[in-house]
Design a protein around this ligand. Sequence first.
Ligand SMILES: Cc1ncc(COP(=O)(O)O)c(C=O)c1O
Length: 343
Amino acid sequence: MTAPMLGHLDPVFLEVLDEVCDKLRNLFHTTNALTLPLSGTGSAGMEASFVNFVRPGDPVVIGVNGVFGERMCEVADRVGAQVIRVDGEWGAPLDPQSLLRAHRHPSIIAAVHAETSTGVENDIAALGAEKGDALLLADMVTSLGGIPVEVDAWGVDIAYAGTQKCLGVPPGLSPFTVSERALSRRVERPSSWYLDLGLLAKYVDTQLGARVYHHTAPITMIRALEAGLGVIASEGEEAVIERHRQSGNALQAGLEDREFILLAEKGSRLPQLTTVHMTKKRLGDRSEAQLRKRLLDEYSIEVGGGAGKLQGAIWRIGCMGHSARKSNVATFLAAFDAIMEAP
Ligand SMILES: Cc1ncc(COP(=O)(O)O)c(C=O)c1O
């Protein structure tokens, strides 16, 4: 990010951009021509997914077992979708059949792959296998680079991610990919000009020929993403995923050894995001927020509190990107023991 600035039409920068798009294709496991880093954080990817593919009144089935499924409903509603919300328990994976049966002809079926508010993985492949004529939309903000992601093999038509989770890059871009099948149903003139995929494609898609200026690319962010994706490529995707798996498992085992109860159901636990109940019994007179503050002030370790209806009830401990290392887990558990035992 401290490299000298380049212009957004400089041939050297365009090479970087093409490289980033290729590396994103590799990580998403897709051949989708339109694969790009959208300007904006993960939520820009979510917004682009609905604004480019939903026409007013379109039936859109959305699985909700956490805050980010809820946010999808809000975004879809704002673009005029007929939202068919399928609720699941927070802490358990969505039941794919209940989404598949929710409407006879949905235009989109949408779910969050890795629900960051609960630490649960939802089964996207099961939705893809029986999606029928619907487009399958998956939020991969917290999954990309942390657990296996297979856009083409799972039949995902639209997917977006974020840079600041398992890619270990500062926030500011949303890796995005869309299938030809979805593109053929694109809204011709979406209500968002900034996130109009038709206009964006003319700048990023080399197959379309000329690079037509749409908005100034966030050069520094794209170079940061290039570096982050380079780190993953040199370590090897499988090794990165294995590192996440091992550190998440070690953290979860450590918490269970201490008789803390994990929120996410066994079998659907995300290694990169561990959720643990903070009960009155374990906290005594202290609040969970006080303990998190101590962890930050005394040990420089920041963990998340509960989000949405889990606020005050759980902790969310991220083990993502560069921080997904067993040495960090050991440091965390030692600090955790110290503050739990302290008066
Ligand atoms: C699963 C999921 N979806 C969407 C978002 C929104 O991303 P951002 O905060 O980068 O806009 C997040 C952020 O934490 C997330 O975890």
